[in-house]
Design a protein around this ligand. Sequence first.
Ligand code: MG
Length: 404
Amino acid sequence: MSDSRNAVSADQPGGVPGSGAGASLLAASPETGLAPYAAHASRTRGRRYPELPPAARSEFQRDRDRIVHSTAFRRLEYKTQVFVNHEGDLFRTRLTHSLEVAQIARSVARNLRVNEDLVEAISLAHDLGHTPFGHAGQDALNDCMREHGGFEHNLQSLAVVDELEEHYGAFDGLNLCFETREGILKHCSRENARRLGDLGERFLLGRQPSIEAQIANIADEIAYNNHDVDDGLRSGLISIEQLAEVELWQTHYETARAEFPRIEGRRLVHETVRRIINTLIVDLIEETSRNLAKHAPQSIDEVRGAPPLVAHSTPVAVQAATLKRFLYRNLYRHYRVMRMANKAQRVVTGLFAAFTEDSRLLPPAYQSPDPSAQPRLIAHYIAGMTDRYALKEYRRLFVVDDDA
Ligand code: MG
């Protein structure tokens, strides 16, 4: 089922360096062992702007490479997950989070014989649209944008790869494949879905994305639940004693202690966390395999028409939800995290107000002669900031006698 709709015609002007000529290098395709329900790069629904096929790599590998080389990807290093970037060198940032998501997602994908290149591309791109200061920043920006269509980080990730990156001569954005974009857009309001055409369709029809997108989505949760426990303990905001109420933690903590009675501290935490991650991954593979056997999808389209297939078993899902609730109560709502969130909110809201009041304060690329287009450009500008850049920009605008 080769898709001719998006095949590049011979008269396609230009082409991308390294494209086309070496197509024979793909003879040893990494896709040969894929299951029928996997996303096959050779059958992609294509890119918004047709391009010649890549040489020596698949379409999804090309997507992954474009993501890694993007500016937004490099900025993830200085964006918060839970802790503000400068709080400590050992905490996760959105960059290391995205790498952990990709690692987990690839392990699951390989076991299910689906496309590792695609899950990697989706995982690495899934947080590109995050504002500075994590969820506090996103909530603040959403409040600022309430009268102007709101702000949602999934949609912003899509805006980054579809419009905002300025890398290529022939198009704005990264011009990624449909399947990669589908995976990036995890959630979407019905209103936005209508505006998004083929990409939004599934939200209106109640259909699912590819197996690869479903894997990246759950890999995200596995990654943050575990690294937030790890970072939470490292920061001292939560304790091992508190975690005793969480079955998923306590079971593996006791196993680790039984196996290594002499270890303690960081080493014991890590021995526990790695067991939790492993349990979640193995359970995910087993339960999803059962779902695949039951529904027996024969193509990616049948996956899209089936119920969600990538899932934990019920007992493990319950355990994971308990851990998530624990983190919410004890870490994300910890007073020291709330103080940071409050400060973040003030920075984002203050920046937005200042730029709205006088758009001449914005860099020229973000100024619009059309007043109705201005709020979205301000949101793009703020969303693209790293934590430290946002703080610096705030000081520049609000602190008198600052040397900035
Ligand atoms: Mg994430």
